[in-house]
Structures are given as C-alpha cells and as structure tokens.
Design a protein around this ligand. Structure first.
Ligand code: NAG
Length: 365
C-alpha cells in the first residue's frame, strides 16, 4: 500500500506549475545549440586507458552466491548491490572508486555493480571490462532526455549534468529483483568493508545516509522558498529535525522507493524550481526537500565529504573529526586534476593509491 503523498493539498498547484514549467522548458531546449556542440565534442574525446586491476577473491567465510550473477542481477541475498554513474569526465574517479570498494571488501566476489551511463556506453563497457576483467557488473543506459528539461541551472556547471540526476531514477532503471542498493558518487574512495554499510538497518526508512544536523539548513534554499508557507510546510510533518545530508553516499530501499513514488516526488520539486528559484544547487536540494528529517542516520565515517573544497574555488579542506570509512572529494576540486596539475591538496595523496590511470588524454585539452 502506498503511503500518503507528502505534498498533500498542494498537488493540484504543482500540476499547474509543472505545465507552465514544461512549456518554458521546451523554449529553453530549442534555444541551446551550444550544449549540443559540447556534447558532440565530449563524445569524440578519447577515453583514458587504465592498468588492469588484480582479481579480488572471497575469503572462506563469505556467503556463497547461488547462480551465475553476470547474466542477470538476482535477488540472491549473498549479493551486495552497488550503483555508480560512468562518464568520460569522471571515469578516472569511478575506476578509483570501484577499485577501492573491491580492495577493502571482505567478500569482493559478492559485489555486483550497476553502472549508469548516458553517452558512449559501448566505449565505457570496453574500458570497464579491460580494467576489471573479473568484475560482476551491468551497464545501464540512462537517457539524458528523461531529465534534461527538468534541470534548472545551478551555481556550478558540473552539477547540471543530466547524469548527476540519474540517482533519482534508480528505482526505474534497476530491475525489481534488486531490493536495496548502495549509491556512490564517482569522486570518492571507500577504505572499509562496504558490506558494513550495505547491511545497515534502514529502520523502516527509504534512505540512509550520514546526517549533518549542525550544518545551517537554511542556506540550502533561497529566501523565496522560506518566505512561502505553502512550500515550507513540507518540513512540518517530519519525524525528526530536517538536517543536511550529502547525496553522494546513500543506502536506498528500492522497493519502498517504488511503492512511495519517490521519483515523482523529487521531480515535482524540480518542477517547482523551474517556476520559482527555491535553491541554488543541482540534484541535492530536491533530496533534502523529500527526505531531510526522514533519513536513517549513518555514522559520519561513511561520508567524509567536502574534500574537493567549496563549489566556487575548490580550496583544500580537512577531514571532519572521527574515524574514516569513505573519503569524498565533493566540491569543485577533484584529486586527479589537482595531482596532475602538480598542486594537490594534502589529502589528495589518499586518493592516489587507487588511481589506475595509464594514459590520460585530457591534458591535451
Ligand atoms: C543560516 O543561514 C542563513 C541564510 O544564509 C542566515 O540568515 C542565518 O543567520 C544562518 N544561521 C545561523 C545559525 O548561522
């Protein structure tokens, strides 16, 4: 049974807004030949070449997998499902991320990767197979057209890439036999056994992530949002205080997500944003609007985020206090670019051991 919609009486109002936004979006889409040129250029760009990763084998205590999993991702309870995006720009980060997960997993053969790509899926698949010949994975095509019209420009161009929004559509893209998934961004490394994060008790919630209740929640939305009681009442029905969380690391119950229509809930906030600027960032604020205060809190060690610096300058940042299971270079600076430039941040040296790159063609840009 589907839980009651959180948007309640405002639904009609949203539909009205959606229609207006849709009409406006059609206009915008036909008037941007520039972004098409950019896409063609990135399609032609050569992909980096990587060293082959070693085979990672299960320990004796690992639960046995029932069947050949590469054929079809199954509901085998021994499998740990992980999902990430793949694209030319972040490929070096994705490869480092996958290697880090494998290297620290107690049962690496039980990992199954669901990888989402919107362009050059065949090239990316070849690269993946050459780099990780033993990896169990399936590559999914994410159609950027499904979201392009819904995206509003944010403070940073990289945040506006359609693939950045693919995490909203996991429940539609992944097969229904996958009950739960760990979503990971492409600018992070895991330095602990991912099975610990995977096995977390979701406590009846749809989504688990580290929460940051000391962060100033107000600043993630505009004054126009806070001034509108129709909009702000979305935070009134929360079981807990609405806190910031980072969407780069999430454990998601896909069955509950589907039942609750969470993709549509997120989309309806993106439609609101089209009509009235209620936030400045990309795919994060809709998640906060729908889930903040309803998130199953995870230990902070599982997302030591912000290592890329802020969104505008990308200054060096330090770790948050406490233990570390996952390092996340969210923000503008990426460790592979800073390392290549010869001016890395101190913590970028923690990313370097996972860098498998052999040929990096992007320096010629
Ligand atoms: C939080 O941010 C808002 C908007 O930037 C600001 O007006 C407010 O003073 C901040 N609150 C705290 C406690 O820092």
């Amino acid at each position: 049974m589907a839980p009651p919609r959180r948007l309640g009486r405002t639904t009609t109002w949203f539909l009205f807004f959606s229609l207006a936004a849709l009409l406006a979006a059609t206009d915008a889409a036909t008037a941007s030949p520039k972004s098409d040129t950019l896409h063609r250029a990135s399609r032609q760009r050569e992909l980096p070449v990587f060293h082959e990763a070693p085979a990672f084998r299960n320990g004796r205590e690992c639960p046995r997998i029932r069947e050949e999993t590469n054929a079809a991702p199954s509901d085998d309870p021994a499998l740990i499902h992980i999902t990430m995006t793949l694209d030319a720009t972040y490929l070096r980060g994705s490869v480092a991320g996958i290697l880090s997960v494998l290297r620290h997993a107690s049962c690496p053969e039980n990992l199954f990767f669901h990888l989402l790509a919107s362009h050059r899926a065949d090239d990316l698949r070849r690269t993946l197979v050459a780099t990780f010949p033993y990896l169990s994975f399936r590559l999914y095509k994410f159609d950027p057209r499904s979201v392009r019209d819904k995206i509003s420009l944010s403070v940073r161009r990289a945040l506006d890439q359609p693939l950045n929004y693919a995490r909203i559509y996991l429940a539609d893209l992944l097969p229904p036999s996958v009950p739960r998934v760990v979503y990971l961004d492409s600018d992070l490394v895991v330095v602990d056994d991912i099975a610990k994060l995977w096995a977390i008790d979701l406590d009846n919630q749809v989504l688990a992530a580290p929460e940051y209740c000391h962060a100033n929640f107000t600043k993630y939305f505009t004054d126009a949002f806070w001034a509108d009681p129709e909009l702000t009442k979305t935070f009134k029905d929360r079981s807990n205080k609405a806190c910031y969380f980072n969407t780069g690391v999430m454990v998601i119950d896909l069955s509950k997500w589907r039942e609750g229509g969470y993709t549509q809930r997120l989309e309806s906030w993106m439609e609101v944003q089209k009509g009235k600027r209620i936030y400045e960032l990309g795919s994060l604020p809709p998640f906060l609007l729908v889930f903040a205060g309803k998130v199953r809190a995870v230990e902070h060690r599982w997302n030591q985020h912000g290592l890329g610096g802020d969104n505008l300058k990308g200054l060096c940042r330090d770790l948050h206090p406490g233990p570390v299971s996952l390092l996340h270079w969210s923000g503008k600076g990426k460790p592979w670019l800073r390392l290549d430039s010869g001016r890395p941040c101190p913590l970028d040296s923690l990313w370097a051991p996972y860098d498998l790159v052999r040929v990096w063609p992007f320096l010629a840009d």
